[in-house]
Write a protein of this length. Structure first.
Length: 282
């Protein structure tokens, strides 16, 4: 039986890329976070069907994650991830898309929008990395994961405010995902200690963030132990056309802990735009 995590396959920026493509309408590119064993499907499975009611939802596994190719000697850098994401849009013949980025994917979404502003219509950041902050105990634990069911259960406790979402069965499933051939080797190569440097490496220059003219929706869980709420507060201060929505009783898994509300919020925000919405000049 095939895994629901495996979708379609395409070469994007030279990387054999596993991606999901569902729905019709203006393209919406959804970029996952950086937890061990993560995939686009694991990250977005609860909200993709709802968002696909009005958009063409495209959710790739970024290089080093999920079921995309892991070339020998691959450098896991923001340049490589941005090139893959833009390469995916190119390969699919998409000139412009809305962009949703979760955590690590938020940093990637910001970097892509700064480098290729005309390729992005509207931007959604969820629990996003991409500005400087002191690394949290939670993020240090996530990036420092070594495979065991106990370790997976421990780091998953950082993700959710509602601990009933984190059970032994889910920990086992995500542990098994994290130890598929090549998965842990790539993950361990990405964020070796000391890990503050990787937070800093993913940060875009604040002047470049402040220059973004895009309408931006910023979403964060008030009780997030992985990425601090201060990160999204800073984005909201820097991006002039932004709005910030903070969910109480919510950790780092907004799209899981408040999936219906998240989908409605994003759907309404994207529905404000017409497909021919011009990009503001200032």
């Amino acid at each position: 039986m095939s895994s629901p995590e495996i979708g379609r396959s395409i070469v994007a920026g030279g990387i054999g890329t596993n991606y999901h493509d569902l729905g019709e309408g203006f393209p919406l590119l959804m970029i996952h976070g950086s937890g061990p064993g993560v995939s686009a499907w694991a990250n977005w499975r609860l909200v993709m069907p709802e968002l696909a009611r009005q958009a063409r939802v495209i959710a790739p596994d970024m290089v080093g994650f999920g079921f995309s190719e892991r070339p020998a000697g691959q450098q896991y850098t923001m340049d490589a991830w941005v090139d893959q994401a833009v390469g995916l849009l190119d390969a699919l013949g998409i000139e412009q898309a809305d962009l949703v980025g979760n955590s690590f994917g938020g940093a990637l979404a910001v970097a892509l929008t700064i480098r290729h502003p005309q390729r992005v219509r509207r931007l959604v950041l969820m629990g996003a990395v991409g500005v400087h902050f002191p690394i949290t105990e939670g993020l240090d634990a996530v990036w420092g994961y070594t495979p065991s069911i106990a370790n997976m259960r421990r780091i998953m406790d950082y993700f959710a405010w509602d601990r009933s979402l984190v059970n032994d069965e889910l920990a086992r499933l995500r542990y098994e995902a994290s130890v598929q051939p090549g998965f842990q080797e790539a993950f361990a190569a990405m964020f070796p200690a000391p890990r503050q440097r990787w937070v800093d490496a993913m940060a875009s220059p604040e002047a470049a963030i402040a220059a973004l003219p895009h309408e931006t929706l910023i979403i964060h869980g008030r009780d997030d132990q992985v990425i601090p709420l201060s990160s999204s507060l800073r984005f909201s201060q820097l991006i002039s056309r932004s709005q910030l929505h903070v969910f109480g009783r919510c950790g780092h898994w907004t799209q899981i802990e408040h999936s219906a509300r998240f989908a409605r919020l994003v759907s309404d925000f994207l529905a404000e735009a017409q497909a021919d919405e011009p990009l503001p000049l200032s």
